[in-house]
Structures are given as C-alpha cells and as structure tokens.
Ligand binder design. Structure first.
Ligand code: NDP
Length: 240
C-alpha cells in the first residue's frame, strides 16, 4: 500500500517527460498537485485526466514574477505550499566552438535561473512555516562533463551546488537532488547540431522511461519529515 503524501506539491515542467510522469505517479498518493509549464493545453489535458487534486497554471521559470505568481496561486488554491519540484530543463547540446551563445543563455536561464526563481518563490514560506522540501532535478551531468555538453553540465553542476547550499543553510527544509541518466523524453529534441542530434538517438537506445524517475521523486517525498534524501542517482542498468 502506498504512503499518503498529505502535502501541496508544485511541479515545474509538468507538460512532458519526467514532470508529466511525476504528476501521474503522485496523483494517487493524496498529494495536492499544482503543475506548471508553458504548453498549457498539455497541462489542462493532464489535469483533466488525473483528477481533482491537480490544478495548473502557465509558468515560465525564467521569469521570477511568473514563478512567484505560480506559488501564490498554489497557496490560494490549496491553502499552503509544502514541496517544490524544480524539474523544468532544456538541453540544446553543442560544442563550445560552435558559439551557439543563444542556446548557452537559454540553458542558463531555464536550468539555473529557473531553479533559483523557484527557490525564491517558496523559500520565505518555507522559512515562515519552518518546513518545506525542494526537489531539484539535476542529472548525472551534475557529476561528470559529457562530450559537447560543457554548458549543460555546468548548469547541472550549478543545480547540485545550489541544492546543497540550501540544505546547509536551513535545518527545517529538506533538499533532494534527483540525478537521472538517459531518459526517453522530449529533452534534446531541440538540438541543432546534426551530429549530436543523431548521437542522442543512439544514447536513447539504452534509456529509462520517465516513470523510473517519478518513482525516485516519490520515494524522497514519502519519507518522514526527519528524513532527508539528499540525492538519488538513477541510471539504466544497461548503460554501464
Ligand atoms: P522534457 O523536454 O520532456 O521536459 C522538459 C520540461 O521543461 C517540459 O515540460 C517543458 O515545458 C519545461 N520547460 C522548458 N522550458 C521551460 C520554461 N522556460 N518554463 C517552464 N517550463 C519549461 O524533458 P525531461 O522530462 O527529460 O526533462 C526534465 C528534467 O530532467 C530536466 O531538468 C532535464 O535536464 C532533466 N534530465 C533529463 C534527462 C533525460 O535523459 N531526459 C537526464 C537527466 C536529467 P514547456 O515547454 O511546456 O514549457
């Protein structure tokens, strides 16, 4: 039997992949879910499908005001905010020499600034209520630098550092890094470098499905308040 998660959980990047799978995984746990992304038609369809404890709002994580409004709307809808899952991310890989500076900026804006905007949106509440849980979806790319992925890896190293910094600063706030290996999602579909786009197809031959990551997130959330799962690394077995 599953544990009941009697909490309000905010999820960014819920319109596809790991975020969508996490919505499905948590929907039956008793958690109240407030979900966001830019593709609102997908959020609306998902919320309609999974049930009454799910509400949605348009969210652009790169905009601090958008994230603040998102957290405020979640509190208005469900009475409080207990958990933030910073899941939104982008991965337009390219070698540095290609000088795709717009893509570097987009990764920094979504993957780092987006995480910080999320933290800023909930942290004052968590401090005031002396509890809260921030789950940041990083990557195995937070631990090693992959070929043609310097900027993406830098953003994920940053997510790891920000999460541990938050943990060190607050005794009452739980922090979790989720570090997936390759997962079959839409991530990387916007890679503009033809060699890397084709490499991505081959990496995905040995990949997890998003529900594997959703279960890891659920595991971290289900722990009693005194137990803080600081990181979960999930790789496909066949990747070694
Ligand atoms: P998807 O591309 O399927 O999902 C990414 C999500 O991020 C989408 O819901 C997208 O929604 C959202 N997003 C992107 N930009 C923004 C934005 N500016 N504001 C709000 N939401 C945004 O990929 P995944 O599910 O794989 O990615 C989820 C996380 O997992 C990412 O952080 C990724 O780095 C990480 N990860 C993924 C791995 C993999 O192999 N797939 C491996 C390791 C980590 P929308 O476009 O509707 O706004």
């Amino acid at each position: 039997m599953s544990n009941v998660i009697n909490k309000t959980v905010l999820i960014s990047g819920a319109s596809s992949g790991i975020g969508e799978a996490t919505v499905r995984e948590l929907a039956g746990t008793g958690a109240r879910l407030f979900i966001g992304a830019r593709r609102t038609a997908r959020l609306e369809a998902l919320a309609a499908e999974v049930g009454p404890n799910v509400a949605w709002q348009a969210l652009d994580v790169t905009e601090a005001d958008s994230f603040a409004a998102f957290a405020a709307a979640a509190e208005e809808r469900f009475g409080r905010v207990d958990v933030l899952i910073n899941n939104a991310g982008v991965m337009p890989l390219s070698p540095l020499a290609a000088l795709k500076q717009d893509e570097w900026t987009r990764m920094i804006d979504v993957n780092i600034r987006g995480v910080l905007n999320g933290i800023a949106a909930v942290l004052p509440r968590f401090i005031a209520q002396r509890s809260g849980h921030v789950v940041n979806v990083a990557s195995i790319a937070a631990h090693l630098v992959l070929p043609s992925a310097a900027v993406y890896c830098a953003t994920k190293y940053a997510v790891w550092a920000i999460t541990d910094g938050l943990r060190q600063e607050h005794d009452d706030i739980r922090t979790t890094v989720i570090s997936p290996g390759v997962v079959e999602t839409e991530l990387g579909n916007d890679i503009t470098d033809p060699n890397l786009a084709s490499a991505l197809k081959s990496w995905r031959q040995k990949s997890l499905t998003p529900d594997a990551i959703a279960r890891a997130i659920r595991y971290a959330l289900e722990q009693p308040d005194g137990v803080d799962i600081n990181e979960v690394i999930v790789r496909p077995t066949a990747a070694n």
